[in-house]
Structure formats: structure tokens, C-alpha cells
Design a protein around this ligand. Structure first.
Ligand code: AVJ
Length: 374
């Protein structure tokens, strides 16, 4: 198809098996570029399966029900941060990443922009081998393109394997990459990498495993170790994980990043309650809960909570729950661990990796660490 754009006028559906999806991506009608993009995407969208929407919704509802029965009955009450990311929550998170107070995203992007070639060179010693970038929690892959571009400068055989629990985010990631870099082969995987082993295909080449965006910050040191151990078990000698971590810094900067002036992070936190109203028939009155942020210096983490402003009853019909909140009672919704050089090194060596290189911004607010199998 790449070479038949002039004569080809057939039906693209013949390239897909039942149940697969196709996106047609083009920036202008009839250009060769447009056709190449289509061809690339059609070829690569044939992936480990995207479950149909109703099946996905049923699974999500089950997981939400399990989580509210566990977390809202326990004391202190808590909910798991994956619950933030429905369509509305993902949209709010994208807005957070552009806030003046929320420095991690733009700082990481600047480090990648400055050092992508150096990172790729350090990760991919033998340029004659194919290169595969696997990304845990790919989200919309907006920063990944910087590394993929650098990869394409040294190799014409580059594959991208985004792994994410959210199929909608994965589709967006694929579209973004297909559109910007049509020569990259894509093999998206829908998976919760926290609860399920990755099971990567064997690969004859170098794998660079991206775990960026300080996503690892959501997990306790024990959970983080498990995730990295799981990753380690999927890699071979010569492969390399790249870890993005937000660093410990002054308390004011940290607190502001999670409590912005426009109240977007507050809306993001409260969206969990709206989501339970929408999806589990709950009757939370979000106006009776406040966004609370604190720096826990002992655990070295930012914590987000929702605090009840008054005594109130809430029912969650689909989970058969009736809850009673006292004034100032809280629901713990997120931890965001902050790191030190020593802490990063300890975490990586504990699971069998060795540090191969580190890259920081000029203020030392954020670190990208390349490791290898020790
Ligand atoms: C997605 C875990 C990187 O911890 O900074 C941003 C999520 N929460 N503002 C973070 C988040 C509130 C974010 N991570």
C-alpha cells in the first residue's frame, strides 16, 4: 500500500480482522504523506485486543465497587488514585500539566528535549540492532515522541509498545505517534501493569523501558519495588529502564504544585466523587467536601485528601453502601512520593538494576535515571 497510493482506491477494511479498529489519520487530502500515515496506522492498529466498550465498562464498574467497599469502609478512609482517570479526570490532569504551579511535566519535557540523543546513545550501544521503546502508563505519549525522534535518528527500526490500563488513552497515544512519526511500528497493550505481569514478546534488539512522568510516585516503596521487579523480569541483558522521578524540594513549591490558584487540582480531586455519582449511583454532594493537600516529611510524600466540611450521610446505591461522615473526616485519595538521588539508587539496586546515567534540570527538581541489568 505504501507504494500504491496512486492506483489504490479500495476498501481498507480488508486489512483488518473482525473487532479491530481503524483510524484514518491525515493532514491533507490525497498527499503521499497522508497515505503513508494511513498505511502505518492500519498495519499497527492490529493489536492485542481492545475489549468492546460494554465489556470494559462492566470491568471498570466491578473494580470501582470493590475499591469503594474496601476503601470507604476502612479507617482512615482511602480511595486508589487510578480512580481519578475517567474521561473527565484525564482531561483535568492534562490541564494540570500546563499549570504554572505544576512544574514536573514541563521540567521532564525540558530534560528530554535537552538530552534525548544522549539518553538514546547510552541505552542503545549497538546501533545495528533494532530498538524497542516500551512505556508503562503511556497516557497520551506527548513527551515520548521526543525520545522516539531521537531513536529514529540512530535507527530505522524503531518499535513503540505503549502499555496502559486505559484503552482510550492508548488510542490517543497511538494516534499521536502515528501522526507525528509514521515510521515507528506500534504494538499497544491494554494492561494494568501494577496487578498483571507485562508479558512482553521476546525481542531481538534493545528494549528501553520508559517509566516516566513520575508515575512511580503514586506507589509506596514496597509497591514500587514490585512494579520494578516485574519490569526487570521482562528485560534481557543490554536492555535499560528509564525512570522519571520528581525530587524533594522546598515545601512551598511542592504544596503549590498540588494546590494551584485556579483550583484545577481541587476539581481533579473532587472528580472522584462526581465519578462515583455518575458510575455507581452515589449521592455525594461535592460542595460539602474540600480539597486538602499536605507534605508528609516522614514518608517524603505529598498527600491529597478530601475533607468533609460537615456531618453528612452518603449512599452508594450500586455498591449497597451507606456512609456517615463526621465534620473534618477525610478520604485519602493520593500519595505522590518525592525522591532523593540516594533513594532512587536504593530502589533500583534493590530490584537488581544498576544506575547507568542520570539527567537533571538546572534546579535539580526532576531526575531521569537510566539503569541497566546489574
Ligand atoms: C500522575 C502521579 C505523576 O503525582 O504529580 C498531579 C498526579 N495529582 N496533581 C503526580 C497528580 C495531582 C501526578 N502523577
Amino acid at each position: 500500500m505504501r507504494h500504491s497510493c496512486e492506483s489504490y482506491s479500495g476498501d481498507l477494511s480488508e486489512f483488518l480482522s473482525t473487532g479491530n479498529q481503524m483510524a484514518v489519520l491525515r493532514d491533507s487530502l490525497g498527499t503521499l504523506k497522508g497515505f503513508v500515515k494511513m498505511a502505518t496506522y492500519v498495519q499497527t492498529v492490529d493489536i492485542e485486543h481492545f475489549a468492546p466498550a460494554d465489556e470494559r465498562e462492566a470491568l471498570t464498574r466491578e473494580a470501582l465497587t470493590r475499591e469503594v467497599r474496601r476503601g470507604l469502609v476502612a479507617r482512615p478512609r482511602s480511595l486508589s488514585p487510578w480512580m481519578f482517570y475517567d474521561a473527565e479526570g484525564s482531561r483535568l490532569f492534562e490541564r494540570i500539566t500546563t499549570l504554572p504551579e505544576y512544574y514536573p511535566t514541563r521540567t521532564e519535557r525540558a530534560i528530554l528535549a535537552g538530552y534525548a540523543d544522549a539518553i538514546i546513545a547510552a541505552a542503545h550501544g549497538d546501533r545495528s540492532l533494532p530498538l524497542r521503546l516500551v512505556e508503562l502508563g503511556a497516557g497520551t505519549a506527548s513527551k515520548t515522541c521526543i525520545l522516539l525522534e531521537a531513536a529514529l535518528r540512530v535507527s530505522d527500526d524503531v518499535a513503540y509498545v505503549p502499555v496502559d490500563v486505559c484503552p482510550d488513552a492508548l488510542e490517543l497515544a497511538c494516534q499521536n505517534v502515528a501522526c507525528a512519526l509514521p515510521e515507528v511500528r506500534m504494538q499497544p497493550i491494554v494492561r494494568n501493569y501494577v496487578t498483571h505481569p507485562l508479558q512482553l514478546d521476546l525481542f531481538d534488539g534493545t528494549t528501553l523501558a520508559l517509566y516516566i512522568g513520575t508515575s512511580i510516585g503514586n506507589f509506596s516503596p514496597e509497591e514500587a519495588q514490585l512494579i520494578l521487579r516485574n519490569l526487570c523480569s521482562q528485560l534481557q541483558t543490554g536492555d535499560a529502564p528509564l525512570l522519571g522521578t520528581d525530587m524533594v524540594k522546598d515545601r512551598r513549591t511542592l504544596l503549590a504544585a498540588y494546590d494551584d490558584n485556579d483550583g484545577i487540582t481541587g476539581a481533579f480531586n473532587l472528580n472522584i466523587l462526581h465519578r462515583l455519582n455518575r458510575e455507581l449511583g452515589a449521592n455525594f454532594d461535592a460542595a460539602c467536601f474540600r480539597h486538602r493537600v499536605l507534605w508528609n516529611s516522614i514518608e517524603c510524600r505529598i498527600e491529597m485528601h478530601l475533607e468533609s466540611t460537615q456531618e453528612q450521610g452518603v449512599s452508594i446505591d450500586d455498591a449497597d453502601l451507606d456512609l456517615h461522615f463526621m465534620p473534618r473526616e477525610t478520604i485519602h485519595t493520593e500519595n505522590s512520593y518525592k525522591f532523593t538521588d540516594q533513594g532512587i539508587r536504593r530502589l533500583l539496586t534493590q530490584v537488581g538494576f544498576e544506575v547507568r546515567g542520570t539527567w537533571k534540570d538546572s534546579r535539580g527538581w526532576y531526575t531521569l535515571t537510566l539503569a541497566c541489568l546489574g
